[in-house]
Design a protein around this ligand. Structure first.
Ligand code: HEM
Length: 152
């Protein structure tokens, strides 16, 4: 039903690092949950926080991942910053490679033109990179994170 994407199911926590030419580099904590409720898609929820003792909320997003045609993957992701992503790509059993077919922006959202997400899924580890073309800058890395599977 999920063409092996069930490997993603679980709760993952860890830390990441963010960079972009227009901002100061930062580190963050992150929790990701992929869950399956019987239909042929996964529910995706993510929250992040500042990487210090005060643990302030940072970015959060939610969406759906599902198998696409020809061993592909499709995803829909929404962000409270007024950005939505429609992504398609490939899944080889360990790596999800997604890039945007379209990005939707509310009037006050930052200008994001393309997003690329690469997730590598091990039994106990989930690592990802997020690349983007945004705010007049060429396509380049914004995030890299390393998460561990939490015991269920
Ligand atoms: C782990 C998730 C993420 C974290 C922790 C994170 C964190 C940050 C931080 C701290 C900033 C600088 C302060 C700010 O402008 O608010 C920033 C800027 C930005 N982020 Fe992210 N971000 C995340 C995901 C994303 C995603 C998924 C996108 C778009 C697809 C995105 C797009 C941007 C843009 C466009 C900026 C503004 C750059 C500028 O104005 O110069 N971020 N992010």
């Amino acid at each position: 039903m999920l063409n092996g994407l069930e490997r993603l199911v679980g709760v993952w926590e860890g830390t990441g690092r963010g960079v972009y030419p227009t901002i100061e580099p930062f580190t963050y904590g992150e929790r990701v949950e992929f869950s399956h409720h019987g239909k042929p898609f996964l529910l995706y929820r993510q929250t992040t926080w500042t990487d210090g003792a005060d643990r302030q909320p940072l970015h959060t997003e939610t969406g759906y991942f599902r198998p696409g045609p020809d061993d592909g993957v499709e995803a829909v992701i929404a962000q409270p910053t007024g950005i939505s992503e429609i992504l398609t790509g490939s899944w080889d059993g360990t790596t999800v490679r997604l890039s945007t077919r379209s990005v939707g922006l509310t009037p006050s959202a930052k200008e994001v033109r393309t997003v690329e997400r690469i997730l590598e899924v091990g039994d106990e580890e989930l690592t990802y990179q997020l690349w983007m073309e945004a705010v007049g800058q060429p396509h380049q890395i914004h995030l890299a994170a390393h998460l561990q599977r939490l015991p269920s």
